[in-house]
Design a protein around this ligand. Structure first.
Ligand code: SGN
Ligand code: CA
Length: 509
């Protein structure tokens, strides 16, 4: 199965690689890479889940390709960002979890593309602790950044920008495009904060979904039977761990004892201007009054939480989609649309109530898989769909090949333009003990099966037959009829660990 349409991209690249076709640096394709934070593929209408409508992200899919099997390698933010920048797994780029600091001295996309004459910029969420290195321009959120009136840091210092953060990031991206050196091709990385927790929408989208009744995932009340301890002991349950005040914006009443994550309930609101705060209070006061009047408990409370979660999460995505539209319109208006590869993706996937969860981290499908759509007129046939197993290690080599550069052996991804296909992909997650208590694990996924090893404080293996059990409800590891399948998967797991040099994991098999 080809990654891009029918080898046409291969031909286009071959032609472009001929001497004479590349004399002018600015003939090289531009790259607009838009990555959101925690955007589930279930929440993009091009993926056909009917939860919401994302017309602008859908435009990229309609003009180009939708990837149905795009995955990350380690499902949390900072590691995903380091993987995108380096084209290497976490154990090779040194950033294993969100507490690590990125070593900016290593080879990264902006440095790798420079020999081909690219200028590069990153705007928005960065999350790697050290300042960006190698970019011609950077203007980044501090850590996670807030939803309103963000501080953005650049090489001159940190400044406050008034407005809704998703819009501010869009403004900054357009501003950079306008002021860039127009004689050079560009790599522009636009990294949204949204729709990361705690899902604070833009005022114009307050109430957008208040009348929508969202279908509850069939495994929302999952009891984790037929699964191991990792699924049972996580702390990312909508019912148990999602908070009423902080996550779901119900104002606490006087005298309420506020505990756990709810202590942060007012944090993001403190940054608001008085006018923003008035609008916010007005909208969420109605929700607050409604909530207390209902006196919900048990299943009714669980279902109310799910609906409330979806309303705010999806409203945040509406603003992201608007900004994608603005950027696409800018490219078109300025004659850049024909020569720009546009990528939209998320750092990782997210649970929208599947297994009863929010958050990510697990190698189970909803958090392992990411949305990915790409357009590049003339090279990618409009409206195509890829079922190839691709990963975020593949961006760096893809962009290098697009720029006409050789891909160094040290890069572990495969260019999406190469036409090469993997039979299996590898995953390794490290952040434990940590927030949401997802245990350390690594594993292998093929088109049909997934084998996971949870380790550190436990030693448990899980096997899923994705054809028969797409929602991963039934661990088959101890089913004797899968002995041969398991042996083959283990052998291929070892091969991948050797190929990717994950020696630590090799010693844990
Ligand atoms: C914060 C969130 C967590 C989330 C991590 C990592 N809590 O700690 O829910 O898992 O970020 O997210 S919050 O109370 O601060 O919202 S990541 O996408 O950056 O990896
Ligand atoms: Ca994230």
């Amino acid at each position: 199965m080809k990654r891009f349409y029918k080898g046409s991209i291969g031909l286009a690249l071959a032609a472009a690689a001929l001497p004479g076709c590349r004399e002018k640096a600015h003939d090289k394709p531009n790259i607009l890479f838009i990555m959101s934070d925690d955007h589930a593929f279930q929440a993009i209408s091009a993926y056909g889940h009917h939860l919401n409508s994302t017309p602008n992200i859908d435009r990229i899919a309609a003009d180009g390709m939708r990837f149905n099997k795009a995955f990350c390698t380690n499902s949390i933010s900072a590691p995903c960002r380091a993987v995108v920048l380096t084209g290497k797994f976490s154990h090779m780029n040194g950033l294993l979890d969100n507490s690590d600091r990125f070593n900016g001295a290593q080879s990264t996309l902006p440095k790798l593309l420079r020999p081909a004459g690219y200028q590069s910029a990153i705007i928005g969420k960065w999350h790697l602790k050290s300042d960006p290195v190698g970019f011609d321009f950077w203007r980044i959120l501090i850590d996670q950044g807030p939803y309103y009136n963000p501080d953005l840091k650049d090489s001159t210092g940190t400044h406050r920008y008034e407005g809704y953060t998703t819009t501010v990031i869009g403004d900054q991206a357009i501003g950079w495009l306008d002021n860039r050196d127009k004689n050079k091709p560009f790599l522009l990385m636009v990294h949204n904060k949204a729709p990361h927790r705690n899902w604070m929408p833009e005022p114009k989208y307050f109430g957008l979904f208040s009348k929508t009744k969202f279908p509850v995932p069939e495994n929302f009340f999952d009891d984790y039977s037929n699964r191991g301890r990792a699924a049972k002991e996580q702390e990312m349950s909508v019912i148990k761990d999602m908070t009423i005040n902080y996550d779901l914006k119900v104002f606490p009443r006087e005298g309420d004892s506020i505990t756990g994550d709810d202590k942060a309930w007012e944090g993001g609101m403190k940054r608001m201007t008085p006018a923003q705060r008035t609008e916010w209070d007005q909208y969420y006061k109605t929700i607050t009054d409604d909530f207390y009047s209902k006196k919900l408990s048990g299943e009714a409370l669980a279902l109310w939480k799910y609906q409330r979660y979806m309303e705010d999460y999806l409203a945040c995505i509406q603003s992201v989609d608007d900004q994608v539209g603005r950027l696409l319109d800018y490219l078109k208006k300025n004659g850049l649309d024909k020569n720009t590869l546009v990528v939209y993706c998320s750092d990782q996937g997210f649970y929208l109530g599947e297994h009863g969860w929010f958050d990510k981290r697990f190698m189970y499908e909803e958090s392992f898989r990411t949305p990915l759509v790409m357009s590049f007129p003339g090279m990618i046939k409009a409206g195509t769909v890829s079922e190839a197993l691709v990963q975020n290690i593949d961006f760096a080599p893809t962009f290098m090949q697009l720029a006409g550069l050789p891909v160094p052996d040290s890069i572990q991804g495969i260019s999406l333009l190469s036409g090469e296909n993997r039979k299996a992909i590898y995953y390794h997650y490290y952040e434990y003990p940590g927030v949401h208590a997802v245990k350390r694990h690594y594993g292998i996924r093929t088109d049909r099966y997934k084998l996971i090893h949870f380790y550190q404080d436990i030693d448990e293996w899980e096997l899923y037959d994705l054809e028969k059990d797409p929602h991963e409800m039934n661990n088959l590891y101890n089913d004797p009829s899968y002995t041969v399948v398991i042996a083959e998967l283990k052998s291929n797991l070892v091969k991948l660990q050797k190929q990717y040099q994950d020696n630590e994991a090799l010693s844990k098999n």
